[in-house]
Design a binder for this molecule. Structure first.
Ligand SMILES: [Zn+2]
Length: 263
């Protein structure tokens, strides 16, 4: 089984605008269109069985609509598991978390750089205390241009909320992979491998996976930035053992989703 733990999807009508915005934000050309149909078709053709899908609210008013949209995608497509979005300025985060749970969403995805808040912002601390022991959170982490998602900020959160199940995307710090290693080796969190291999190179990627341990890593594509099948081929070329690959491709993901061993 292969689970892509990091995929962004948008309603068809706004997908091209969303993709343009992300291209502009990162100065990178995206490989995909950002639609559910393309994700599922190209992912399946490339050997991916399941997808964790989400989208970030740039402003608090978008939160409810996005969560409903992600939930509807998952109702239509059983191979998708949805994570919700939240914003530090939603009027009642506790109520929104209840709604996220009742919509059948299995976690939260936060993008501090795009949503413009510090991971360790005091408004977020209340939210983490509500999420601890309840829902896992994927954090976009790391950007050499900003400090919002700095790995040190995530460390501060993990030290304060040790029972929070956190996934630090992009090896814990996109474009600042070694800074992540300074801060995230010790407090426990998971990592995903998305949007990292082209920058790290295969040798360093394997070194980092072994330093942190394969039990902490998840496979992810960061679709529509990259094509999931292409990411899977690149991942499978890494010089890792079969059991390390199994951990990363699905076992750790099932543990986070509390689904236990696959059939
Ligand atoms: Zn992302």
């Amino acid at each position: 089984m292969v689970i892509d733990f990091h995929a962004h999807v948008y309603p068809d009508k706004i997908a091209s605008r969303a993709v343009d915005n992300i291209e502009e934000f990162y100065g990178l050309t995206m490989q995909g269109k950002g639609t559910v149909q393309e994700l599922l078709e190209s992912g399946r053709a490339g050997g991916v069985d399941r997808f964790i899908v989400f989208s970030a609210a740039a402003v608090p008013g978008q939160t409810g609509r996005i969560n409903e949209y992600i939930s509807s995608v998952c109702r239509e497509h059983p191979e998708c598991t949805g994570f919700g979005t939240l914003h530090p300025d939603v009027p009642d985060p506790g109520e929104e978390i209840e709604r996220i749970v009742s919509l059948g969403l299995k976690g939260l995805k936060l993008h501090p750089d795009m949503q413009k808040f510090n991971i360790d912002d005091h408004r977020m601390m209340k939210i983490y205390s509500l999420l601890e022991g309840k829902l896992p959170v994927i954090f976009h982490t790391g950007d050499y241009r900003y400090s919002y998602s700095h790995p040190a900020r995530l460390r501060a959160v993990l030290e304060k909320y040790p029972k929070l199940t956190a996934v630090a995307a992009h090896f814990g710090g996109w474009s600042v992979f070694d800074v992540a290693l300074e801060h995230l080796l010790d407090p426990f969190c998971y990592f995903d491998i998305s949007s990292s291999l082209p920058f790290l190179g295969k040798k360093r990627a394997v070194e980092l996976i072994r330093i942190y341990g394969s039990r902490r890593f998840l496979f992810g594509s960061d679709y529509p930035m990259w094509d999931p099948g292409q990411c899977l081929r690149e991942f499978l070329e890494l010089d890792l053992t079969d059991s390390e690959k199994e951990n990363i491709l699905y076992k750790n993901a099932l543990e986070i989703l509390k689904e236990g061993e696959p059939l």
